[in-house]
Design a protein around this ligand. Structure first.
Ligand SMILES: [Zn+2]
Length: 143
């Protein structure tokens, strides 16, 4: 499964989120940008986002977020799934491939604070637009 930034497919309809942070005990001051990426398989309805977190333009962390319930991911994944995988797909977690240039738990807590209903709705909307764009014009690669 390959994930690419939404902006590469939905262009101007897409806005990344940027938040300034100062005087945090655990994270460096500066500007944090959250780049939402979605999976490019037109047949896949995984309803997840991978977020690249940039600190002053540098990739410092990668976060996984799934907005559906455990029941949804269980069904989507099929019968014989380990529950730890399901728990990882649901909610937010630091991605296994994160560069971890900032403290993971602090980054996750920061992200969770930003995760309002409005932001979740933006992510869902981006996902839908992105999937529509991918269906209309599937990527040439397949992995
Ligand atoms: Zn997918």
């Amino acid at each position: 499964m390959k994930f690419i930034p939404a902006g590469e497919r939905i262009g101007e309809q897409h806005q990344v989120r940027t938040v300034g942070l100062a005087a945090s005990p655990d994270l460096p001051d500066g500007e944090y940008t959250f780049v939402d990426c979605y999976c490019t398989d037109p047949e896949c309805d995984c309803r997840r986002v991978i977020i690249l977190v940039l600190h002053n333009g540098k990739h410092v962390s990668t976060i996984n977020y799934g907005w559906e319930s455990s029941a949804f991911y269980k069904k989507w994944y099929g019968g014989k799934t380990v529950s730890s995988i399901i728990e990882e797909m649901k909610g937010s977690s630091i991605d296994i491939a994160s560069p971890n240039r900032v403290k993971g738990p602090a980054m996750l807590a920061f992200f969770n604070r930003l995760l309002t209903d409005d932001y979740v709705n933006v992510l869902k909307k981006h996902y839908m637009k992105f999937k529509r764009a991918i269906k209309n014009d599937p990527p040439p690669y397949d992995d």
